[in-house]
Structures are given as C-alpha cells and as structure tokens.
Design a protein around this ligand. Structure first.
Ligand code: NAD
Ligand code: DAU
Length: 371
C-alpha cells in the first residue's frame, strides 16, 4: 500500500482518548503533523494537551465539527490526508437525560466531516482514494447487549443500540460506511470496548470512583452492580488505531477489546483495594492531602459503596471478539489490567489539581472567560 499519513486532523483531541492519542502519535511518528479540532465542550480540556503546544508539528484549533467551512479550510490549508474522528458526546447517562446534543455532534457532526472530506479530497482532487483516509472511532455499544452465555460481539453482529448515545454512534457508523460505498471515500472504523487511563473525565466509572474515595463520598453502583464491561487501557486502543490506519484494509471495521471482562462491582472493589493498599503504606502526607478519605479514619474504601437506581435501558454485558484485528494486524493489548489500573490510580493521585479543577467547576469558568 502506498498510503503514508503525514498531516493528521484529530477531532475531539482535547478529550480523554483524543488527548492520549495526540501524545501517543506525536511520540510514535516524529515526522507527522497533528492538527486538533475541538469545540472544548465540558468534556474537552486544553490542559490535556500540555507539552504538545510548543511543538512545531502540533496545532490546536478551537472549533466545532459542525462548521463545514472551517473543516474544509483546515483540510486545504493543512493538506490533511488523514482524519481521525474522536469528537463526540460520549456519556451514556447524559444521552438519557438530553439526547439532542448527541444527534447534533455524533450524527450531524460526523456527516459534516464526511461532506468536507469528500468535497476537498475527492471532488477538488486534493487526494485520490489511495492516499487519504477517514478513520472513524466508534464503540462496542452499537451492538447492544449480551446475555451471560452469548458469544462476544463480532464485526458481523447486527447493530442493536439501546441508548440514545449508542443509537447516535450506530447512525454515524452507517453514514461512514455509506460514504465509502456511495462516493468511494476511503474509510476505516473501529468499535472499541470501555477505555480507562489518564485524562478520563470524572463522570465515568473508574475516575469517579477514585475521586469519590479520596473525598470520602458515596460510590454509586447502578442496579445490582453485576453488569459486565470489557476494559482496555487507552494506549492499547491508540496502538490499535495506529495499526488500522497504517495496515488495515480500507472500508473495513475492526473490533478492539481487552479480553478483560469485569462486573462493575468488582471494578469498584478493585479500585477500593488499591487505594486501601496505598493509604496503608503512605505516611502523614496522604492523610493531610485527603482528610475525608475513609482510610484516614480507619475504615476501608468499600464502606462507601452505595447501590443506587439503575441506569435506564442499562446494557447488561459487553464483550469483544477481537479475532479480526488480532489475526490481520497482530494486535493484542500490551497492558495487563493489573498494571493499567495501578498506573491509572497513581495518575489520579499525582494529578489531583487536574480533576479538582473539573469537579469544582473552575475549569469550566476558565473556559468561559478564555474562549
Ligand atoms: P470525551 O467525551 O472524553 O471527549 C470528547 C471530545 O470531543 C471533547 O474534547 C469535546 O470537547 C470534543 N467535542 C464534542 N463535541 C464536539 C464538536 N461538536 N466539535 C468538536 N469537538 C467536539 O470522549 P472519549 O471518551 O475520549 O471518546 C472519544 C471517542 O471514542 C468518541 O467518539 C467515543 O464514542 C469513542 N469511544 C469511547 C470509549 C470510551 O470508553 N471512552 C470507548 C469506545 C469508543
Ligand atoms: O463500551 C464503550 C463505551 O464505554 C463508550 O462508547 C462510552 O463513550 C463510554 O462512556 C463507556 O460507556 P459506559 O456506559 O460503559 O461507561 P461508564 O463509565 O459510564 O459506566 C461503566 C459501567 O459502570 C456502566 O455499566 C454503568 C456503571 N456505572 C457508571 C457510573 C458513572 C455505575 O454503576 N455507577 C456510576 O456512577
């Protein structure tokens, strides 16, 4: 294959996975130029890109993927040959409360990017179909839910999304495929399981549990806590996307997973155990930093577990059959869950100001006054 990415547009690069991807790609491919397009919604955080801003190979653009003129201008000006599309409304609970924004960004926003790529790359002939690529980052939630003994999701599993979030991602996947089939836009799609790691917004299960333990707040477990998710360390997801971009077959979708299924309650207990262990070895300083943590008062973190009302339409189990990416691209996760979750807990301990600023709203205030 002659295709070599050179100038990459990363949408949603200030969010959790997008920011990790920017750091990963900047280090892994030292002759590539990265352009981030991000609207800096509540989930986007400029600070996640610290360290990259000074690089001559990096540019941050504050803007919306719904702005077709802006996107087309960037594709032309920066001679973009590769779009890696992360930007999305990503939180299932928010989609249940207010679905509209999910349709706007996830469906219309993806369609705007597709129109811009088709227009500039193919119609204006900035590229031919062999030397450009639209990679769409999607989710395993498009497949719906599994019973305990069902086989894991395969690329051929019929789509059956259950939440407004999942429905909007399923719709965006279909539009991406349709643009390949109808207009010949070169595309790849990845459908990944639950990611964890640095920079994850503390509304998601793992960072929420870490922050709440440190502040001595309840650990909300939805329903019976026996729902199952497959967990993958975020940089393993990034490596998988890298392999798909460089070696994946065009117009194909690849499932990505960690082969690492956990019940939610066991994830919560694991994080509790890790923090109990850290407090038991730590000195005075941890107690001073986190005076409300239960360990400071001689209690275990698990005493904070609180079962709450279940999520509406809560998917019971996700699991990934990653045979295709394993076999075709030789991908398997590098991180074990033990090493990945230990690193993640340590990252949140080390980066307390990062999540405090988000949780106390000061980050949002900063955005409002600065943009
Ligand atoms: P996130 O919510 O942390 O970040 C989303 C980013 O997109 C933010 O920086 C936000 O500012 C930006 N954004 C939102 N709307 C925008 C718009 N209209 N224009 C420009 N930028 C906009 O999300 P995440 O968890 O990093 O997920 C990234 C992608 O990966 C999403 O497409 C999600 O569906 C997919 N995904 C996530 C997971 C996971 O476990 N987090 C797993 C599989 C797939
Ligand atoms: O599977 C991939 C998906 O993983 C991504 O597409 C989504 O963008 C990402 O948000 C994630 O979705 P989940 O809904 O699985 O992630 P979340 O962290 O919100 O929840 C994980 C599980 O934990 C889920 O079963 C709900 C449960 N949960 C979550 C929260 C926030 C709780 O029990 N308590 C909580 O407070």
């Amino acid at each position: 294959m002659t295709y070599t990415p050179q100038n990459i547009l990363i949408t949603g690069g200030a969010g959790f996975i997008g920011a990790n991807f920017c750091h990963y790609w900047h280090d892994a491919h030292i002759d590539h130029r990265l352009i981030v397009l991000d609207a800096l919604t509540y989930a986007g955080n400029h600070a996640n890109l610290q360290g990259l801003e000074s690089s001559p190979r990096f540019r941050f653009v504050h803007g919306n993927i719904l702005d077709q003129e802006l996107v087309e201008g960037l594709l032309r000006e920066e001679k973009i040959d590769t779009i890696v599309h992360f930007a999305a409304e990503s939180h299932v609970d928010r989609s249940i409360h207010s679905p509209d924004g999910f349709l706007e960004t996830n469906i219309l926003g993806t369609h705007t990017l597709l129109k811009a790529a088709r227009g500039v790359w193919l119609d204006e002939q900035q590229h031919n179909a062999d030397n450009c690529l639209f990679h769409h980052v999607s989710t395993d939630e498009v497949y719906g839910t599994l019973a305990p003994d069902d086989p894991p999701f395969h690329e051929t599993t019929p789509y059956a999304p259950n939440s407004p979030y999942a429905a909007s991602k399923a719709s965006s996947d279909h539009f991406v495929r349709a643009y390949a089939e109808t207009y010949g836009l070169p595309i790849t799609i990845s459908n990944c399981s639950n990611n964890y790691g640095p920079y994850q917004f503390p509304e998601k299960l793992i960072p929420l549990i870490i922050a709440n333990i440190l502040d001595g707040k309840p650990l909300p477990v939805y329903g019976d806590g026996k729902q199952i998710r497959d967990w993958l360390y975020v940089d393993d997801h990034n490596r998988a996307i890298d392999l798909i971009i460089h070696q994946g077959r065009r117009d194909e979708a690849y499932n990505i997973g960690g082969n690492n299924e956990w019940q939610n309650i066991d994830i919560v207990l694991k994080v509790c155990d890790l923090l109990d262990g850290i407090f038991s070895k730590a000195g005075e300083q941890m107690s001073k930093r986190f005076p409300n943590a239960p360990q400071v008062h001689g209690e275990k973190a698990a005493t904070l577990i609180t079962y709450v009302k279940d999520r509406l339409g809560h998917d019971r189990r996700y699991a990934i059959d990653a045979t295709k990416i394993n076999g075709e691209l030789n991908f398997s996760p590098a991180e074990t869950f033990e090493s990945g979750i230990t690193k993640t807990v340590q990252w949140y301990l080390d980066q307390e100001p990062w999540w405090r600023a988000i949780m106390d709203g000061s980050y949002q205030e900063w955005i409002d006054t600065n943009y």
